[in-house]
Design a protein around this ligand. Structure first.
Ligand SMILES: [Zn+2]
Ligand SMILES: [Zn+2]
Length: 169
């Protein structure tokens, strides 16, 4: 594994997914990576999401504030991939307050209303890691993303659904 080097930041980031997907990431496909980088720029990493049982047919619950929970359609395991109070630039630095309530809604495919998806997440870095130069910052560089997105590909009809596009800094 590469050590963190500001000059080769994106090389490092591609090998180090954010902590919030540590147990659940997989390599993304090329098509999705291209779509995401076209929208968010080259300083964006993309990962696929899978359950710890290795199934990637997943159903997705989103809160209005960008927080996201996943349920595996194979083993029913539930896991969180983004929590606004802990993840992203402001979450990692402890600048977000606890939310008062959660209103998760299940995502349906825009085209066919199915609820099983391939899930992909994207993280944009554009200078947020400057904060690491402060001596008292013990965050990991990969957790300091300023923008995150979720793109779903419907398992049934193949339609792509962008469901989150969220600024964290
Ligand atoms: Zn599972
Ligand atoms: Zn569909």
């Amino acid at each position: 594994m590469l050590p963190y080097d500001r000059k080769n930041e994106m090389k490092y980031m591609l090998e180090h997914p954010p902590t919030c997907i540590k147990l659940n990431w997989t390599k993304p496909n090329k098509e999705i990576t291209e779509i995401i980088q076209k929208n968010f720029g080259k300083n964006t990493t993309t990962f696929g999401i899978k359950c710890t049982c290795s199934n990637n047919n997943l159903t997705v619950f989103i809160d209005f504030n960008g927080s996201c929970k996943i349920q595996c359609l194979n083993c029913n395991n539930e896991f969180e991939i983004f929590n606004i109070t802990k993840h992203g630039y402001e979450g990692a630095l402890g600048e977000r307050d606890e939310e008062e309530f959660n209103q998760f809604r299940q995502i349906e495919c825009d085209a066919c209303k199915s609820v099983g998806f391939d899930v992909f997440t994207a993280y944009q870095y554009s200078g947020e890691t400057d904060v690491l130069e402060d001596d008292d910052c013990d965050c990991k560089p990969e957790d300091l993303f300023g923008w995150y997105a979720i793109v779903l590909k419907c398992k049934k009809c193949g339609a792509e659904n962008k469901i989150v596009d969220f600024e964290c800094a």
